[in-house]
Each structure stands twice: as structure tokens, then as C-alpha cells.
Design a protein around this ligand. Structure first.
Ligand SMILES: Nc1ncnc2c1ncn2[C@@H]1O[C@H](COP(=O)(O)OP(=O)(O)OP(=O)(O)O)[C@@H](O)[C@H]1O
Length: 232
């Protein structure tokens, strides 16, 4: 068995203290392997976004141990001082609404990430175009977000998430704004990314339309992780 790309042990998060304390996550253990598309499900307030944001080094944990892509990144404290760089190196994010910058073209939206990572202009352009081609929106490279359909815009957002070649892709309700057909296309693309690049894709979702496209389902209830359900 290969090492998991994401390993969480005893990950906890509480907000506030004393009477106002909310335990959003309680001692979560989880292993997520390369090539898998994993769903995080649970009622509103059960801790799904908190867990995604802990894995994405956006939220500070209250305790636990986390290994991402072979590197222990948190062990009661962040072991990297530069979390922005950690995210750039290891993680791609996809949100419910594409969050593309309206004044940039589709390709420039992808290039932004590469610019942050220090890529030279010609290489940025080439990489961004090849990602758009891979996601079958290459002909939209010059379009502004307002000229794209919801499904096309989400594919540009996926290209942006893949730009720095992360092996961990975190998606918060990526299909909630899409109809069934486009939701299926987006999920199939994420499955392809997981398979082609040996990435782990973690999807927070309420969306019944995409359940049959998840390899494993993890359910949270009041911050406690239930046993995973393997899908066949
Ligand atoms: N910044 C915060 N400050 C205080 N409490 C918070 C904060 N963020 C989340 N919480 C609380 O933590 C718990 C888990 O919230 P979280 O957003 O992770 O749930 P969720 O499962 O993603 O919910 P939803 O499906 O509604 O998005 C909730 O009780 C929420 O009120």
C-alpha cells in the first residue's frame, strides 16, 4: 500500500473559549490516497469546510498531526513558516463559484498562479494554454469570465487549481452552481486529474448529482468523522 497523500491524526479545531467554545472538529483521523476522489459530507455546521480549510493550511488547527504529500506540515504547530508557499507547492483550490478575476482573460487567470510561483512569462503562457486545452476550453483562452458559461468558468478554475501541479486538490461545493450535465463533466475532469496525475481530490458536497462519482465518502457529524464508505 502506498503512503497516503493526506494523513490526519487527531486533528482538532475549536473556535472561541469557555461558554462560547465551538468544537468544529474533534480528533479527526483520515488517510487519503493518490488517485482517489473523496467526498466530505455532513449536515450544515458539521465541520466540512473547517476540515477542508485545515488541510489547505487556511485555518489554524487547535491540535493534531498532518502530513501532506510526504511532509509533516503540522504537529501541534505549523512546521513551515511560509504557509502561502506551502499552499503554492502542494495544494490547488476550487470553490463553489469560480472566483475568476473578471478583468483578466481565462488564460491570464491561470497564469496568475504561475506568476506567484515565479515562472517566466513565456513558460506561464505555454503551461496555461496546455491546461486549458487539457480541460477542453483551449478556445476560450482570450475570453473574459463574463463571456463564459458556468461550466466553462469552472473548468478555467480547475485549470488554475492545477497550474502549480499540486497533488492535493481541495474543492468546496465545486458543482453546486452547475446543472447535472455540467456537474458530471466537472467531476469526470477531476477524476481524470486524480488518475492522470496521481492526485488526491477532496470534495465538500451536498450535491446528490455527483455521489456516484466519488470513490470514498467521509461523513462528519458535529465535528466527528464517521467510518468511511468505500464506493464500488
Ligand atoms: N470563524 C468561526 N468562528 C466561530 N465559529 C465558527 C467559525 N467558522 C465555523 N464555525 C463553527 O464551526 C462549526 C463548523 O462549521 P463549518 O463551516 O466547518 O461547517 P460545514 O459543515 O462546512 O457547514 P455548511 O455545510 O453549512 O457550510 C459550526 O458550528 C460553525 O458555526
Amino acid at each position: 500500500m502506498t503512503h497516503p497523500l493526506i494523513r490526519l491524526r487527531g486533528m482538532a479545531k475549536h473556535y472561541g473559549e469557555g461558554a462560547t467554545r465551538v468544537d468544529a472538529l474533534r480528533a479527526v483521523d483520515m488517510d487519503i490516497h493518490a488517485g482517489s476522489v473523496v467526498g466530505l459530507l455532513g449536515p450544515s455546521g458539521s465541520g466540512k469546510s473547517t476540515l477542508l480549510n485545515l488541510i489547505g493550511a487556511i485555518t489554524d488547527p487547535s491540535g493534531g498531526h498532518m502530513i501532506l504529500d510526504g511532509e509533516t506540515v503540522y504537529d501541534g504547530r505549523w512546521l513551515r513558516r511560509d504557509l502561502r508557499r506551502l499552499r503554492l507547492e502542494k495544494i490547488g483550490f476550487i470553490f463553489q463559484f469560480h472566483n475568476l478575476m473578471p478583468f483578466l482573460s481565462a488564460r491570464e487567470n491561470v497564469e496568475v498562479v504561475l506568476d506567484l510561483a515565479g515562472w517566466p512569462a513565456a513558460k506561464r503562457r505555454e503551461r496555461a494554454q496546455s491546461l486549458l486545452d487539457y480541460l477542453q476550453v483551449g478556445d476560450k483562452a482570450q475570453a473574459k469570465p463574463a463571456q463564459l458559461s458556468g461550466g466553462q468558468a469552472q473548468r478555467i478554475a480547475i485549470a488554475r487549481a492545477l497550474a502549480n501541479n499540486p497533488r492535493i486538490i481541495l474543492a468546496d461545493e465545486p458543482t453546486a452552481a452547475l446543472d447535472s450535465e455540467r456537474a458530471a463533466i466537472v467531476m469526470d475532469l477531476l477524476r481524470k486529474v486524480a488518475a492522470d496525475q496521481g492526485a488526491a481530490v477532496v470534495v465538500v458536497t451536498h450535491d446528490d448529482k455527483i455521489m456516484n462519482r466519488l470513490d470514498v465518502i467521509h461523513r462528519l457529524r458535529e465535528g466527528v468523522l464517521q467510518s468511511p464508505e468505500e464506493r464500488t
